[in-house]
Design a binder for this molecule. Structure first.
Ligand SMILES: Cc1ncc(COP(=O)(O)O)c(C=O)c1O
Length: 285
């Protein structure tokens, strides 16, 4: 842990190594909480409102009280940010610490709010592409909630790592849902496709940005189902997430994706995204 790194916990900014949460916290006992991750480019919170909208949605679906307004959330974030680097804000809200361990919601308990800001680790050699495996998506059916309970995702990601892959592509009844911590895009017959938003995927903010950039730049795109069979024939496959942006996949289940080279559309979209991030950061200031 970086010495003197400040985090926010329940209304206070404190040193990370002094921040403590009760063992009775329902986040610790049950994974009863939700979270968000917002990239910060040159000090500006990327797509702040979209992330807050998703946070509000996760809180509504889990019936956890939202302790702050959007403006208050923003105010809390700002002192944690170092505008000289690319960073991300991680924050979570749990249902709080009750007196006893009981599945039912406790009464009169305040949510626990934790927030920290970390550097976005540069993903070197992104242009070289990564390997992926397909795995059965055995998670629950409320994946649209950004829940801190990530055991399902963790076990699937670990399967990828143990197979020398960067990410797992999750497949439910023969159709792609998403990655273990990302959304999936494929280029099939010249069309950029990503599975539609529903309760089996997390509605990624990066996913929305990519779809908007595609539409604005006359790149044919669609939100449509993708079978694993179709994915295996795709010209390009990408992962999309806030901290890894877009990551091209060059190998799926030990077989090359198309000719095994990073595709031309990925290069185009990556350039568009980098340009968009810069404009966004400057226009927000
Ligand atoms: C399961 C899952 N799907 C999709 C995403 C991508 O979401 P975003 O682009 O908002 O980071 C994430 C990000 O962590 C994720 O964990």
């Amino acid at each position: 842990m970086t010495k003197n790194k400040k985090v926010f916990l329940n209304g206070e900014y404190i040193d990370a190594d002094k921040a403590n949460v009760s063992v009775m916290d329902r986040g610790f006992l049950f994974g009863d909480g939700i979270y968000e991750v917002i990239p910060v480019y040159q000090g500006s919170l990327f797509r702040f409102d979209a992330h807050l909208e998703r946070l509000e949605n996760s809180l509504n679906l889990t019936r956890i009280e939202n302790p702050y307004s959007r403006d208050e959330w923003r105010e809390i974030m700002l002192p944690l940010i170092d505008a000289t680097k690319d960073q991300y804000i991680y924050f979570q809200v749990t249902r709080g610490a009750a007196e006893k361990r009981d599945h039912a919601f406790p009464i009169g308990v305040k949510p626990t709010v934790f927030m920290m800001c970390n550097d976005i680790a540069p993903f070197n050699d992104k242009e070289k592409g990564v390997k992926a495996i397909s795995v059965e998506d055995n998670r629950w059916s409320a994946c649209n909630i950004k829940a801190i309970a990530l055991l399902g995702n963790i076990l699937l990601r670990q399967q990828a790592v143990e197979n020398d892959c960067a990410e797992a592509i999750l497949v439910r009844e023969g159709y792609v849902t998403e990655g273990s911590a990302s959304n999936v895009f494929a280029v099939i017959d010249g069309i950029l496709i990503t599975p539609p938003k529903n309760n089996f995927i997390l509605a990624g903010i990066t996913r929305d940005v990519i779809l908007e950039l595609a539409a604005a730049n006359n790149i044919p795109c669609a939100e449509d189902i993708i079978s694993l069979d179709a994915l295996k024939m795709a010209n390009e496959i990408w992962f999309a997430s806030s901290t890894r942006e877009i990551l091209p996949v060059i190998e799926l289940d030990g077989q090359p994706v198309a000719n095994g080279q990073v595709g031309q559309l990925w290069h185009q979209m990556n350039n568009l995204l980098q340009a968009y991030k810069m404009t966004y950061a400057t226009s927000e200031k």
